[in-house]
Structure formats: structure tokens, C-alpha cells
Design a protein around this ligand. Structure first.
Ligand SMILES: Cc1cc2nc3c(=O)[nH]c(=O)nc-3n(C[C@H](O)[C@H](O)[C@H](O)COP(=O)(O)OP(=O)(O)OC[C@H]3O[C@@H](n4cnc5c(N)ncnc54)[C@H](O)[C@@H]3O)c2cc1C
Length: 400
């Protein structure tokens, strides 16, 4: 469940404009990682080393199955990315909030011998403002109804990089752009950009929906028509994050555009300015801008970094009487729409049936995992990881 889903569900249940924190903290027994009997002793290829690909490899490792992860870019993490040299705390350039009960972190590691005592911030902003009719207005009472979680000293990226990646590092091959998948024979044959071939009994595909839509990977035989049609109906719009350091803290803990409920429930996207140092051990003033979907396109289309920061500073100057430009120190931007193997933020507004169709395995050879393939927890890291466990379970049960 992502931030939008919380609001929409709360509204549907008649809870009014805002939702209660208990909604967010709900982590059901269904989120537990199941145990099952393995009925498979072959090998597996995984395309993509984001949250889903890493988790799929980690889960296969736990069951002693041979696997190899083939990742197009030069780094692991996909839409999780962090920098630790910008401020005095690490910064998430991609996924940042934990949109569920943080006990999901231990559940995903799924190994009681590992110490999963990870510092968490109860992310409940205390000061909140909305920019409406060219005026900044305080809306602090709304904060009584809003709460999520964040990492205190680490990031989503480091959570995976510290707990999962070391155990599977030697099975990850970077800079390997998969161009074709042939699953017509006994074994699946996968070919990369240099013509190198890889074979395995099963394949788990974790690439973003944009990659499937744009035909980066050709399939022989072609994927079922209902699957390709479902892919084409899903929208994965722009997404951007910007962090700006100032010498003064002139901004609230969180700032939205327009009437708050409209801003939060706008199905076309989100735009939030927020104090990125909130409840971190930091004396630095770091303002974050998170925007996805329609509101983000005004930023995402600016490819020149100087032009982009000037655009944002102008917007902030209007709200804070020029203080932002006067106190600006440095910034860092992450435009996810420009990432060649991502090309957007995350899936928006899809029908449950389409998510199910996209996620369905094909011929007991091709399996799908990632945020694109979760019917409930789309657009989240934990959802992507949960689909990986589900795909691995289906693969290892080998029911076909
Ligand atoms: C701006 C932004 C903010 C977000 N904020 C949050 C948040 O606060 N909390 C949260 O839970 N989630 C958040 N998310 C969503 C979260 O990041 C994603 O849901 C999750 O990381 C997706 O993981 P994945 O494994 O499904 O896909 P990805 O992370 O996209 O991984 C797919 C991998 O496949 C690789 N690949 C693509 N094509 C090929 C190819 N041809 N061959 C080989 N490899 C290929 C890619 O390089 C990539 O590494 C955010 C996302 C964005 C963009």
C-alpha cells in the first residue's frame, strides 16, 4: 500500500479527509514469508537487480538453488539509490519512506539468526503548510492524522546493500542489458547487448513496466496477448527527487501545493517539499522535493541541472520572500525519467486485473516480480520484494 492508497481507502471507508496512522502500520500475517516444500532442482536466471531481483536471488539462495542475476546498469538497487556525501546523514535519491509496518524489514530478511535491529523514525511531521492561492497557510492540525516511517541512519538502498547483496554478490552480473528471451526450448535462452547467451531452467523478470512496454526485450514465442495488453494499459509517469541544502531552516516539516486533500489524493501524481533531516541526527538544513506523475513533469523535462535548480529556487523564493536563493548552499537532483533502464517513477492507477495478468507466470518458465506485479503494494519497495518471494515460491513449488 502506498501513500495514495492509504488516503483513498480511508476516504472510501468514510474516515474523512485524512487517515489514521493505524492504517499505515497495518502489516498483516499475510505479509509473513511462507515456508513450503521445494519441488525444483534446476537453475534460474533473474533479469534486474532492484529490490525484486535482489530479493528473488536472496530467496533462491536460502533454498540452495543456483541462480544468476543479470543487471543492465553498472549498479544494483534500481529505483533505490543513496548518497552519503551530501549531508551528515545518508540520503535516499529513490525510495525513502517505509509505507507499512517496519517489522516488514525483518520479515523480508527472513532469517532469525540475523540482527535486524534497524533504527526507524516515526515520521509524523509537526509543522505542515499548504501553498494555495499564492499564499502559504499553516495546517498543523492535519499532522494529527498523518504518520509513516523512515530509516533513522540508513536508507532503503543500504538496507538491501547491507543485508541481502553481500550474500549473493558473486551471482550478480552488472552492465548486462538483456535484449531477448527465447523460451521455446527445454531451457530458457537469454541474450544480452553483446550477443552473450545465458541459459537456465526458469527465468524471473523484474524490469520496470516501461521496459516491457517499449519492447526492450523481445520474446520467442511472443508473450500472451492479454499480458502485453495489460502492460500497455499501465501508466508509469515521470518521477524526480531533489535535495537542497540551505544555511537557514525557513521551511516547515512538510509542504503541499493546493488544498491538502486534493494534493494527497490527486490520482495523477504527488508533489511534496519536506524537511529531509526531520528527526535525523543532523544540524544541516536539507529540504527535499519528491514529485511523481503529472506535477513532476514540469521538473523532469528540464534536463539542464542549473536550469532545474533555478526553476525550483524561483518557486521557493515566491513562497519564502527570496530567502531560499539567499541561503542556498548546494543541491543534488535525481531524475528517474532520465534513467535509461527505469524511465519513470512507478506504476499508477492500474486495474487489479491488469496487475494480476502482468504478474502471471508463462508456461512455468517465465516468472515476474517487482513493483509492477503487486496487486496491493504497488509503487513500494516492500511490495516489490514480496512479489519476489511469491514468484520464487511459485517457481519452486513447480506445479505445472
Ligand atoms: C522518486 C521515487 C520515490 C519513491 N519513493 C518510495 C518510497 O518512499 N517508499 C517505497 O516503498 N517505494 C518508493 N518508490 C518505489 C520503489 O522505489 C519501487 O517500487 C521499487 O524500488 C521497485 O523495485 P523493482 O525491483 O520492482 O524495480 P527496479 O528497482 O526498477 O529494478 C529493476 C531493475 O531492472 C533493470 N533492468 C531494466 N531493463 C533491463 C534489461 N533489459 N536487462 C537487465 N536489467 C534491466 C534496471 O536497471 C533495474 O535495476 C519510489 C520510486 C521513485 C521513482
Amino acid at each position: 500500500m502506498n501513500r495514495k492508497d492509504f488516503i483513498q481507502r480511508a476516504s472510501a471507508l468514510g474516515l474523512g479527509v485524512f487517515f489514521l496512522p493505524s492504517f499505515i502500520t497495518g502489516c498483516s500475517e499475510e505479509d509473513d514469508i511462507p515456508t513450503f516444500n521445494v519441488n525444483f532442482d534446476g537453475d534460474v536466471l533473474i533479469i534486474g537487480a532492484g529490490a525484486a531481483g535482489i530479493t528473488a536471488g536472496y530467496a533462491l539462495q536460502q533454498y540452495g538453488i543456483n541462480f544468476q542475476i543479470l543487471e543492465a546498469s553498472g549498479v544494483v538497487g534500481g529505483r533505490m539509490k543513496a548518497i552519503d556525501n551530501f549531508a551528515d546523514f545518508p540520503i535516499d535519491l529513490g525510495a525513502e519512506w517505509i509505507h507499512t509496518n517496519p517489522n516488514v524489514l525483518a520479515k523480508l530478511i527472513n532469517d532469525e539468526s540475523i540482527n535486524t535491529d534497524i533504527g526507524i523514525i516515526n515520521y509524523k511531521p509537526e509543522s505542515l503548510q499548504v501553498w494555495k492561492n499564492d499564499e502559504l497557510k499553516k495546517r498543523n492540525f492535519y499532522t494529527n492524522f498523518y504518520g509513516e516511517y523512515k530509516f533513522k541512519n540508513t536508507t532503503w538502498f543500504s538496507y538491501f546493500n547491507d543485508f541481502f547483496v553481500p550474500q549473493i554478490q558473486s551471482n550478480i552480473q552488472l552492465d548486462t542489458v538483456i535484449r531477448s528471451v527465447d523460451y521455446s526450448g527445454e531451457r530458457v535462452l537469454v541474450t544480452d547487448q553483446n550477443g552473450n547467451e545465458y541459459t537456465a531452467d526458469r527465468l524471473i523478470i523484474t524490469v520496470p513496466v516501461t521496459v516491457m512496454q517499449d519492447g526492450d526485450i523481445t520474446f520467442n514465442p511472443p508473450l500472451p496477448t492479454n499480458k502485453t495488453q495489460a502492460f500497455s494499459r499501465i501508466n508509469m509517469p515521470d518521477g524526480i527527487k531533489v535535495f537542497i541544502e540551505f544555511s537557514e531552516k525557513f521551511y516547515p516539516d512538510m509542504m503541499f501545493d493546493g488544498p491538502l486533500f486534493e494534493a494527497l489524493s490527486d490520482t495523477e501524481g504527488e508533489k511534496i517539499y519536506y524537511d529531509a533531516a526531520f528527526r535525523k541526527d543532523s544540524n544541516r538544513n536539507i529540504l527535499g522535493l519528491f514529485s511523481v506523475g503529472e506535477p513532476s513533469s514540469q521538473y523532469a523535462r528540464i534536463t539542464d541541472d542549473n536550469e532545474l535548480i533555478q526553476f525550483i529556487l524561483n518557486e521557493l523564493d515566491e513562497r519564502f520572500d527570496g530567502t531560499p536563493s539567499r541561503t542556498y548552499i548546494q543541491h543534488v537532483t535525481q531524475n528517474w525519467s532520465q534513467e535509461p533502464f527505469i524511465r519513470g517513477s512507478y506504476t499508477h492507477n492500474g486495474e487489479v486485473e491488469d496487475y494480476e495478468t502482468m504478474a502471471a507466470s508463462v508456461n512455468n518458465k517465465l516468472f515476474f516480480a517487482g513493483e509492477t506485479y503487486h496487486t496491493e503494494n504497488t509503487a513500494t519497495v516492500h511490495g516489490a520484494a514480496q512479489t519476489a518471494y511469491a514468484a520464487v515460491e511459485e517457481l519452486l513449488l513447480n506445479r505445472a
